[in-house]
Design a protein around this ligand. Structure first.
Ligand SMILES: NC(=O)c1ccc[n+]([C@@H]2O[C@H](COP(=O)([O-])OP(=O)(O)OC[C@H]3O[C@@H](n4cnc5c(N)ncnc54)[C@H](O)[C@@H]3O)[C@@H](O)[C@H]2O)c1
Length: 351
């Protein structure tokens, strides 16, 4: 597709938005979930490592690499809960894919929007295996940047039609309800988290706070629900009371990373958890009985970003929604890198 070795296809924010709107948000989420599912099925083919995190008082900056032996990918992502109050995103990201055989990048992409889509697709994919049969009502606690994506993924993959919102900032809830109007939801704004979980078979927590928060206490969680805990994803940053964890069957992406970053950082290092890829491949069971509390302790793992970038890359040829970025130096003779620099100076001198 790209004839010139110096060129790397780049998907800007503008092109990503056009791509998502062209495909349709729900179809994008469904197809992306299928890519993640495919990659989770070949879990053992991937290089895996907990992400490399650089913590500061205000937040965290992380690098998330993986490879399947053919393609290498990584994402840069930050998490700064105070950003929102300064007019910035809490989470921003970009990422790339490269050809393992020559190391050349083959895609560079914005991933702020793509992260929201992949996180939502991953949540709904997990819930497909874990939520009670016929669940159609979800409590959505934390109504920030990720929230609408979560709602639409649960609609597209599970048929969730009823949403019960809560956020400490009423304006965030109003924004969600406004954005999702006309998309087929029955929506209720609630005054407390306790009120939001009433009658919900699925509880999604997606709040941002750089501390051990308690968005859900034990008495708020009845039997049979599925909890999709998305916001606790850093050391010292959790959302659920420890007692809920002790009553739940806990499902995770990659245990070595989740034990550092997830809700289970509150538990001993040998507390049993089930890896989602094993549920997806049928090696382990998902939901076993109606009364069970299932918990997806989501932190976000590199393979999901790899799948998302792979999905975006597969859309480029048919949509043309990318720019050609002059990103790799490509001298006529590979060893003459300096000569290329000199030749670039020559016309300037002559002028
Ligand atoms: N697990 C993953 O893969 C993954 C991926 C992306 C983001 N995240 C995490 O999800 C969280 C939300 O991200 P975002 O981009 O939507 O952030 P955001 O800042 O846009 O929104 C967060 C919302 O949470 C609300 N909130 C804070 N404390 C609350 C509380 N106690 N009760 C109810 N609401 C509360 C805020 O008012 C805000 O509206 C962040 O913590 C982020 O790190 C996780």
């Amino acid at each position: 597709m790209i004839p010139n070795l110096n060129i790397v296809p780049f998907v800007s924010v503008d092109h990503m938005m056009k791509l998502v709107l062209k495909i349709g948000v729900e179809r994008f989420l469904t197809e992306l979930a299928a890519y993640i599912e495919d990659d989770f099925r070949r879990w053992e083919a991937f290089d895996k490592t907990p992400r490399v995190a650089s913590h500061s008082a205000e937040g965290v900056i992380e690098l998330m690499p993986t490879s399947d032996g053919e393609v290498y990918g990584f994402k840069y992502v930050n998490g700064h809960p105070k950003n929102m109050r300064e007019g910035r995103q809490t989470v921003t990201a970009f990422g790339m894919l490269a050809d393992v055989h020559n190391g050349y990048p083959v895609l560079l992409s914005e991933m702020t929007i793509l992260t929201a889509l992949r996180t939502a697709a991953m949540s709904a994919l997990a819930a497909k295996h874990l939520a009670p049969a016929g669940a159609d009502c979800m409590a959505l606690i934390g109504n920030g940047a990720q929230a609408e994506f979560q709602a639409l993924a649960f609609k597209a993959l599970l048929g969730v039609r009823r949403l019960r919102f809560f956020d400490i900032d009423r304006a965030a809830t109003e924004k969600c309800i406004r954005n999702l109007a006309g998309l087929g939801f029955d929506m209720v704004a609630c005054g407390t988290a306790q009120e939001a979980v009433e009658g919900a078979q699925i509880i999604t927590t997606v709040t941002a706070d750089k501390q051990y928060a308690t968005i859900l206490t034990d008495n708020m969680v009845g039997s049979g629900v599925h909890i999709n805990a998305v916001g606790g994803d850093c050391p010292g940053k959790t959302e659920l009371h420890r007692d809920i964890l002790l009553r739940s069957d806990i499902f995770v992406e990659y245990p070595p990373q989740t034990r550092i970053e997830g809700e289970i950082q509150q538990l001993p290092a040998d507390h049993p958890v089930t890896e989602l890829w094993q549920v997806i491949t049928g090696v382990a069971k998902g939901r076993r009985e109606p009364g069970q509390i299932t918990l997806f302790d989501s932190v976000g793992f590199a393979i999901e970003d790899f799948s998302a970038l792979r999905y975006v890359r597969d859309q480029l040829a048919s949509t043309g929604l990318y720019q050609e970025l002059d990103m790799l130096a490509d001298p006529d003779e590979p060893r003459d890198l300096f000569g290329m620099l000199l030749r670039a100076a020559a016309p300037a001198k002559m002028a």
